[in-house]
Ligand binder design. Structure first.
Ligand code: BG6
Length: 478
């Protein structure tokens, strides 16, 4: 549908940006924090970059919040590091870890910025991993419950928007890449047990939030990659539906309906998979009603039929940042993903597709009728300061402009979107490429190998975004 007027964003729309603790904070050994599994991965598995300093937000948080204020932010989405709050199994929370987040939250509130807080963004404490076998053991459920209850009690007087687990779907789909899978050979079946345990943790967080946070709202954060059909071939359409189920819909249906869909139950039966669902689990799920969705969306995918006798291919992400180094998955009998001639690609072979944003918002609204806040969306690029000490990131401006416009169109279409928080505020470590793949509105003066001075340099996109959000989405610039 063509709208006659330019999009109008609601009053009180949350304009901000996003980050995650392990990718931005650094200070991994300070004030009582103990290691997270992802710290160890980041130090050993190249091209992960060492996260011990990251963007050094831990020591620069006041300066960072001042920049947010200058930009005109009304929200900031960040995550809490579990190993800062519970560094060991003593059951005693770490006051210094709590203090850090209290200071950050107070600073945000004092500057009129609404905190939107993710409870889990990949930083599982090593002690939890050792003691409970990570996501593989049910012991994590009580440990997670203890952790989230502490967060709600300590911060819930000021934080009203909570997010449970970041991209649970992607942690399962890319289990190995994101450090969740412990054994490749048994992952085909293990993933559903792990996923069930994550669902139990998600449910615990939803229940505890509603119990402990007055007026608190909580939701999940699926990683959404809307999937198109490659052609009008009916079998491509079924492939599209399959891809959608296996990468995102199974999760979203579960969060909203609080039970597993027939699609996945039948799949488990056919494949002799037992996710170890116990009767008391459903009782827990029944109480876990979500209030909204955080939506991470960067790109789209395109699906085509994969015949049963096609050669399987695992998804191989482009980790080089040179176009043409991605291998799309082929899952025989289910679907394969293919390149799409109608969109451009980034250097990491991610589709540049603003319309995907409108599509995903409309689709999720039609399916679930829940408010949504964009918690991630952004443009990863190779970048450095130029000879004038500036970063003229015109491609990012173009990317954000087109994406935000489509958010506006979705709102005109009738979708309830309450905020937009692109990835990321400052540059931070990319999961695959450290500082070599930058997303920020603010440049962090360091590279993977050279710490330079860690100074903050506003990119051209900072100024452009600031104008747009101060005009509540009417000043689109030239
Ligand atoms: C999201 C994650 O999936 O994508 C972030 O929540 C991540 O943690 C972002 O950084 C971008 O991905 P990448 O691999 O480019 O860092």
């Amino acid at each position: 549908m063509i709208h006659k007027e330019n999009p109008v964003f609601p009053k009180n729309f949350f304009w901000g940006a996003s980050s995650a603790a392990w990718q931005v904070e650094g200070a991994v050994n300070e004030d009582g924090r103990t290691p997270a599994v992802i710290d160890l991965n980041s130090q050993t598995k190249k091209p992960f970059a060492d996260n011990s300093i990251a963007s050094d937000h831990y020591h620069h948080y006041k300066e960072d919040v001042a920049l947010m204020k200058e930009a005109g932010f009304t929200s900031y989405r960040f995550s809490i590091a579990w190993p800062r709050i519970y560094p060991d199994n003593s059951g005693v929370p770490n006051q210094k870890g709590i203090d850090f987040y209290n200071h950050l939250i107070d600073e945000l509130k004092a500057n009129g910025i609404e905190p939107i807080v993710t409870l889990y963004h990949y930083d599982m404490p090593v002690w939890v991993d050792k003691e409970y076998n990570g996501w593989y053991g049910r012991g994590i459920v009580d440990a997670f419950d203890q952790y989230v209850r502490t967060c709600f009690k300590e911060f819930g007087d000021r934080v009203k928007y909570w997010l449970s687990i970041n991209e649970q779907n992607m942690q399962i789909v890319y289990g190995e890449w994101l450090g969740v899978c412990k054994n490749k050979d048994t992952w085909f079946t293990d993933q559903w047990k792990v996923n069930h345990i994550m669902n139990l943790c998600h449910a615990k967080a939803v229940i505890a939030c509603h119990e402990l946070v007055p007026d608190g709202k909580i939701g999940p954060v699926p990683g959404m990659v809307p999937i198109y059909s490659n052609t009008g071939n009916p079998m491509d359409q079924i492939a599209r539906l399959n891809a959608e189920e296996f990468t995102e819909k199974i999760w979203n249906d579960f969060y909203v309906h609080q039970k597993y869909s027939n699609f996945i139950i039948n799949y488990w039966k056919e494949n002799n998979i037992d996710p170890d669902i116990r009767p008391e689990d459903q009782e827990l799920f029944n109480q876990a009603k979500i209030d909204y969705f955080g939506v991470n969306c960067y790109r789209s995918n395109t699906a085509a039929e994969a015949k049963v006798d096609e050669k399987p291919q695992a998804y191989e992400l482009n980790k080089l940042g040179i176009k043409g180094n991605l291998k799309f998955p082929v899952v025989p009998g289910e679907y394969k993903l293919v390149y799409n001639d109608y969109v451009q690609y980034t250097d990491w072979d991610w589709e540049i597709d603003p319309v995907a944003m409108r599509y995903v918002l409309r689709d999720m609204w039609n399916l679930y009728h829940l408010p949504m806040v964009i918690t991630e969306n952004g443009y990863g690029a190779h970048e450095d300061v130029d000879e004038n000490g500036e970063v003229n990131d015109v491609e990012r401006i173009e990317f954000l402009k087109n994406q935000i416009y489509q958010v506006g169109l979705a709102i005109q279409d009738g979708v309830q979107v309450i905020g937009y928080n692109p990835w990321s505020f400052t540059d931070l470590l990319s999961t695959g490429n450290g500082m070599a793949k930058r997303y920020g509105l603010v440049f962090i003066n360091r590279t993977d190998d050279d710490l330079r001075d860690l100074s903050r340099i506003k990119k051209a996109s900072f100024y452009w975004y600031s104008k747009l959000i101060k005009s509540n989405g009417t000043d689109w610039g030239k």
